[in-house]
Design a protein around this ligand. Sequence first.
Ligand code: FAD
Ligand code: NAD
Length: 446
Amino acid sequence: MMYDIIFIGSGHAAWHGAQTLARAGKKVALVEANKVAGTCTNFGCNAKILLDGPAEMMHHLHHYHGIGINDTPDIIWPELMAYKHQVIDPLSDGLAKMLSVDGIDIIAGHAQFIDPQTITVGDVQYQADQFVIATGQRPAKLPITGAELTHDSTDFLDLPEMPKSMVFIGAGYIAMEFASIAHAAGSQVTLIEYGNRALNGFDADYAQQVVTDMSAKGIQFNFGQAVASVTALDNGQYAVATAQGQRFEAEYVMDTTGRVANIDGLGLDTIGVAYDRQGVLVNDHLQTNVPNIYASGDVISKLIARLTPTATFESHYIARVLLGDPAPITYPVVPTVAFTLPRVAQVGVTPDEAAKRDDLQVIEIPYGQVMRFQTLNDTHAAIKIVLNQKQQLVGAALIGDFAPEVINALVPVINKHYTSDDLKNQIFAFPTHTGIVLPMIANYLA
Ligand SMILES: Cc1cc2nc3c(=O)[nH]c(=O)nc-3n(C[C@H](O)[C@H](O)[C@H](O)COP(=O)(O)OP(=O)(O)OC[C@H]3O[C@@H](n4cnc5c(N)ncnc54)[C@H](O)[C@@H]3O)c2cc1C
Ligand SMILES: NC(=O)c1ccc[n+]([C@@H]2O[C@H](COP(=O)([O-])OP(=O)(O)OC[C@H]3O[C@@H](n4cnc5c(N)ncnc54)[C@H](O)[C@@H]3O)[C@@H](O)[C@H]2O)c1
């Protein structure tokens, strides 16, 4: 079968661009080895935020302890999991049907290149003028004794019952988000992190505040400990031992130590596509060293954050390139959020980077204390803004329950170089978080 373009993978890095190309008259196929729609839809963002919902509500209620509410309800995990299946399970077929309306073929199976114009999926060969590698990442497995006894994010998002106790190896995005959910659902949670802090990449003060808040709720943190082995015990529990000599026991052990690119078995060496340990190497047109082969999304070796919005952006960009637009890719600022309780978020230049530069200044606005009653007693809510010498906003870090919404409101302020008047000449609803924070920021802009 001959196509104009074949995407390998069907996640956000693939299907947005595939749709644009098909609607422009190209003959397009997606090859998918697992569930159509990829990680975010089936095993990532969507399922996570659904399971986080009641935990987030309980966290909000917790702010009223002692000022109006005594107790918080319990999460009935099996019911919540049934709801997750009801909402998430149909999404994959739904997307497949939507893509078929545009005439896009979906080929089920694992793709492997045999030459730059040909892949095999099972016993069948498919040819295309151009290919897009959009195969994403999978959970890493620590190379330790007992690695096979550990579970990953996909297992967690399908747990029929919440285990009574859990150890998370690592304190990155997934460990911190899932630990918050597991704790709210009644599990006794322990995190073991090799480094000396959690949420690497987020503002150090705010990450520490999240650790302090989670610790106050009863989650245990152990830093500077590298997990060296996991052993099954006779009592059905697992022992997790660290190289530093500590030992922890739990009913369930999560390996949340990162993700690795899905490039094995793709035949990249056969056709000479260059890659490194982080993924497929591309130029500023997301083109590999083999000219008719592009890469998109998490599988790219890149400094830009591996997130759904960046995968989507890259997918749209590749469609434009394949339709003849010669412009290199330029990324706008990328907001990132850790859906911990409380949430943390970041966009643009970080306060840590700004502190190392003479031309940037950092100003902290602790808006949770100023507006504590309007803001649901979220007393630690705060924002650090980064300004350049023209007093334009170039970055921000936030902590607080509404950080994910506030950070989005800052994206155009940065991208469009808003002035103070640009903000003050607009009317925002009040009392809302963005309606409080944006006018505060306006006071610091030129
Ligand atoms: C638990 C979790 C939570 C997350 N939460 C968030 C969040 O809140 N916000 C956010 O922005 N991002 C989040 N992410 C990251 C987000 O899911 C990814 O950035 C996004 O899914 C990347 O899209 P992609 O299309 O590049 O890869 P994927 O969605 O992983 O798609 C790649 C697809 O390729 C398929 N594939 C691989 N190899 C082959 C092959 N040889 N042949 C055929 N098919 C193949 C895979 O089966 C997969 O379906 C989360 C990730 C995880 C794991
Ligand atoms: N909200 C979001 O946007 C979101 C949520 C989840 C995942 N993601 C994506 O998934 C990626 C992977 O997330 P992740 O949490 O698995 O990885 P991560 O890289 O964020 O964190 C892994 C942590 O494990 C630690 N670690 C490594 N080896 C260890 C050992 N032997 N013992 C103890 N600790 C060890 C590391 O020091 C690190 O802190 C993210 O980078 C992001 O791209 C995004």
